[in-house]
Design a protein around this ligand. Structure first.
Ligand SMILES: Nc1ncnc2c1ncn2[C@@H]1O[C@H](COP(=O)(O)OP(=O)(O)OP(=O)(O)O)[C@@H](O)[C@H]1O
Length: 607
């Protein structure tokens, strides 16, 4: 990470809108990103040299023609040998120009891609280390933009903007120098054109930018509309909304079409205006230079070379102004990336963490006077106490929003408590390195996350040290084998994104197999709420009994039948434990649990 990164310690701070950032921040972001280019200094120097050779070879070609005309053809020397030599040198220049342009382009692309690949890699690594509170605030969509578009804009900066500034800047200087060398008076006249061309180019570019932005906005609206409709297609069909949606789509499509046409026509108009200006300049030079040739104050070859240079004069100016827009979006992207990089994870390992071996963990859990809130002033848990013995199986029930998942998130250290402590075997979990903690505490989520990959890889989480046989044994152990062998390619079936194609219960079974493979001492299960068919439900129940053996197990139960056999049931309401005991004890108590239970049995209407 660049050294310039501000060490403000702003934990999970907002990435402010980059459009109103101070100049100093922009400069700091620029320096930070340029730090990634530093290791490539030697290559950049080489690119500079290649560019220099390529430009010199290109620009010396008209000069050679001038020599052929003035020193040979017009003086009537008829020196064939000299003419052939000039042709050969001309050809060599063409080849040199081609070779060095090729080398320069390739090397620059290589350097640009290397820099951006490194930034992308570090960015992904950095984001993966950030805490849950960060992800609560940042929508995934905007993070995807940072990792993809913002880094791509940086790539454009290194490969296009830098190249243009270097190549076109040098070309312009060379052309002006050659023009003054050929004829200072004519060159002086030509310089009048410089501010006119630049003015037109800048004006057109800023107009074009607006046109581009409108087109991009229309396109993203069209894409968003299409994506939304595809996602809700079942609803659209169920409510016969196809006609209305088609109408809305047509309108969006029309708008995009119109802005696209405007973009193209404006672009053509701009380029043609530049052409006209170029031709007018040529006419101007022919007029002034032609008179000078008549009066024999200028040689014809000089006029020829001049005309060629004046034509080439427009291209670099046009190209540099074109890069201006990219440069602006680059500064915005650089700033956003820099801010993202400077965010520190809210949950961090202690400076001197205590060592805790996975194998020696007993599995005792203590929540002592735990205070926790996601947002300041909105307490979720206020002084909660809960003590769980090693190997105990605890069921946690309560209405939606009671704080069950929050309790589990604290044990996984997705968030830190604001007061009090959560301890495992007497050690505060803030003193346990996160890597060890996540080996000690295993989580089976309501909607277990499955990666794109085979079932084998999903169970062993791409850890090649876990053998295929181990995975198969684990799947057999939790009773998932029947389900897996029914799939087309068995254990090698490739699961699509997020495991779609499998039911929630089936995904949980695969998650149970992960637990067997990685052997955490503490198991948290957030039971699937989705209606499971009775066969899968039975499989999940049996698997739970199997994997909970010898482990401290906490089950957030949405169906009370799941936890009737638990050693103890905790009943939560508004962040507090209101009842606890075994199923029988709680039913006998006739309190909130009994109400929930009766409600779930359909025999009692809760008031
Ligand atoms: N990431 C979050 N940011 C802000 N508030 C949150 C967040 N997660 C949960 N909450 C709030 O905290 C409270 C407790 O939520 P929690 O998810 O712990 O309840 P729960 O009992 O697990 O509910 P459910 O059964 O619906 O999962 C709720 O009011 C919820 O809105």
């Amino acid at each position: 990470m660049p050294k310039e990164k501000p060490n403000t310690g702003n934990r999970d701070a907002e990435i402010s809108s980059s459009y109103n950032v101070s100049k100093e921040d922009r400069r700091a972001a620029f320096r930070a990103m340029l730090a990634y280019a530093k290791p490539h200094r030697g290559r950049f120097a080489l690119i500079f040299l290649f560019t220099l050779f390529a430009i010199a070879a290109d620009l010396l070609q008209p000069y050679l023609v001038k020599i052929a005309i003035d020193d040979n053809l017009l003086v009537g020397k008829n020196d064939y040998g000299m003419l052939i030599l000039i042709c050969v040198i001309y050809f060599v220049f063409v080849v040199i120009g081609l070779v060095f342009t090729y080398l320069q382009n390739n090397l620059l692309q290589y350097v640009g891609q290397t820099i951006v690949a490194r930034i992308r890699k570090e960015l992904f690594g950095h984001i993966s280390k950030l805490s849950m509170s960060f992800f609560d605030r940042f929508p995934n969509g905007s993070l995807v933009t940072h990792v993809s578009s913002d880094t791509e804009t940086l790539n454009q900066f290194f490969t296009q903007v830098l190249l243009s500034l270097m190549r076109d800047g040098m070309t312009l200087i060379f052309i002006i120098a050659l023009m003054f060398h050929l004829d200072p008076v004519l060159a002086g006249y030509s310089m009048i054109l410089l501010p006119i061309i630049a003015g037109i180019a800048v004006g057109f570019r800023s107009y074009m930018r607006k046109v581009y932005q409108i087109t991009r906005t229309q396109l993203s609206r069209l894409i968003a509309f299409t994506a939304e409709n595809l996602a809700g297609m079942n609803l659209i069909q169920a409510f016969h909304q196809q006609k209305q949606q088609q109408g809305s789509f047509d309108e969006q499509n029309r708008r995009y079409f119109r802005s696209n046409v405007r973009e193209v026509t404006t672009n053509v108009l701009f380029n043609r205006s530049f052409d006209i200006l170029g031709n007018l300049s040529v006419a101007f030079i022919v007029w002034i230079g032609g008179m000078a040739v008549f009066e024999r104050t200028m040689e014809f070859g000089v006029l020829y070379a001049f005309i060629t240079y004046i034509r080439q004069f427009f291209q670099p100016i046009n190209s540099i102004t074109q890069q201006w827009n990219t440069l602006q979006s680059t500064t915005v992207s650089m700033d956003r990336l820099w801010r993202l990089f400077s965010i520190q994870p809210a949950v961090q390992d202690a400076e001197r963490p205590s060592t805790m071996k996975q194998s020696s963990v007993q599995g005792r859990i203590d929540y002592d006077d735990v205070h926790f809130s996601y947002q300041e002033g909105v307490p979720i848990l206020s002084g909660l106490n809960l003590h769980i013995a090693p190997g105990e199986m605890i069921g946690i029930v309560g209405a939606t929003g009671a704080g069950k998942s929050s309790l589990m998130s604290l044990l996984c250290r997705f968030y830190d408590v604001q007061r009090g402590s959560v301890r495992i075997d007497g050690t505060d979990i803030r003193d346990i390195p996160q890597a060890s903690l996540h080996r000690i505490v295993g989580l089976v989520q309501q909607e277990p996350f499955l990666y794109s990959g085979s079932i084998i890889d999903n169970v062993r989480l791409f850890d090649e040290s876990v053998s295929r046989e181990e995975v198969i044994r684990a799947c057999q152990f939790v009773g998932a084998e029947g389900l897996i062998t029914r799939l087309k390619d068995g254990y090698d079936t490739m699961l699509s994104e997020r495991g779609s194609g499998l039911s929630a219960g089936e995904r949980q079974l695969i998650s149970f197999a992960r637990i067997v493979v990685f052997r955490p001492k503490i198991l948290i299960l957030d039971e699937a709420t989705a209606n499971l068919d009775s066969y899968t439900e039975q499989l999940v129940q049996t698997a739970l009994q199997i994997v909970s053996k010898g482990r401290t197990t906490l089950v957030i139960a949405h169906r009370l039948s799941t936890i009737m056999q638990a050693d103890r049931i905790i009943v939560m309401r508004s962040g507090e434990i209101v009842e606890e005991g075994s199923h029988r004890q709680l039913i006998q108590l006739g309190g909130y649990y009994e109400q929930l239970y009766s409600h779930s049995q359909g025999t009692h209407a809760v008031g």
